[in-house]
Ligand binder design. Structure first.
Ligand code: HH2
Length: 269
């Protein structure tokens, strides 16, 4: 899933694709690089972000969704607002990617697929000392509750996502990544978004023996490493800004996993 933020303030690509024609061109580029989906968002959800009024989010998102979908691109809409989700699906989006996990009724009513992501609180406050007793179990249980409710409401295709960086410390994010197989075992397809996030910045600074976090555009090694790890753990999709490198890494991991499967088969023979 390639990321396309039509915003002035997203943490890594804010302002780059605010003009609709630049956004559409970038969305097509993500598909050319190997993305299956383009995830169009009109409101940043980075820590501390201020909410965007519905009219403004519609103005940013709908023309871009319409142009991409008309060109045959599979579009998901990254929104927390029912009005935006409805309008985006009417414009051709086929998936609602909802960091608040509250839009299942819209997905059910429109026939769109649905991503239920885990978040503690909301973006303005979510990084104020998040605490969990057992982050993996609590996130899994919350996601299964959201996904089961979406299924019961009539959504055909439901995905779950641990929400890396959404109300989680570095230790929580690492615990979730280390135990992605626990989410995979729920039977719901798992989406993971680590791309360029500040947890990676901190790990990369450690690798560089530096106190300074590399800027979001200089976190590719961490993004690709965690995408490969996620696929190896059984995730079905990753959300990435740098699609070409991610697809290449995913192909290599897939080949290794297939080879591993063969070995297991011959072992059993
Ligand atoms: N992360 C971001 C936004 N949407 N959706 C899902 N399902 N999973 C994620 O991890 C996720 C997401 C944050 O990244 P980005 O869109 O690049 O930044 P911003 O929120 O600042 O626009």
């Amino acid at each position: 899933m390639g990321v396309l933020n039509v915003t002035p303030d997203s943490f890594s690509d804010g302002g780059r694709f605010l003009a609709a024609d630049a956004a559409v061109a970038h969305g097509r580029r993500l598909i050319d690089e190997g993305a299956d989906w383009v995830d169009v968002g009109g409101e940043s959800t980075r820590p501390g972000a201020e909410p965007v009024p519905v009219e403004e989010e519609l103005r940013r998102v709908v023309p871009v969704v319409e142009a991409l979908a008309a060109g045959g691109v599979q579009v998901s809409v990254d929104t927390r607002k029912p009005e935006v989700a409805e309008a985006a699906v009417a414009a051709g989006a086929r998936m609602i990617n909802d960091v608040s996990a509250s839009l299942a009724p819209v997905a059910a009513a429109t026939g769109a697929a649905f991503v239920a992501m885990h978040m503690r609180g909301d973006p303005r406050t979510m990084q104020h000392e998040p605490t969990y007793d057992d982050v993996v179990v609590e996130v899994r249980d919350a996601l299964v509750a959201s996904a089961d409710a979406a299924t019961a409401a009539g959504v055909d295709e439901v995905w779950i996502d641990p929400g890396i960086g959404f109300g989680k410390t570095l230790a929580h994010n690492l615990d979730l990544l280390a135990n992605l197989d626990v989410l995979v075992a729920t039977g719901y397809p798992v989406l993971v978004g680590t791309s360029r996030k500040s947890s990676l910045g901190r790990l990369l600074a450690r690798a560089d023996r530096s106190d300074a976090l590399p800027p979001p555009g200089d976190r590719l090694a961490g993004s690709v490493a965690t995408a490969a790890w996620a696929y190896h753990q059984g995730a079905a999709m990753v959300r990435a800004h740098e699609v070409a490198a991610t697809v290449r890494a995913a192909e290599v991991v897939a080949a290794s996993v297939r080879a591993g499967d063969r070995e297991e088969q011959s072992w059993h023979r």
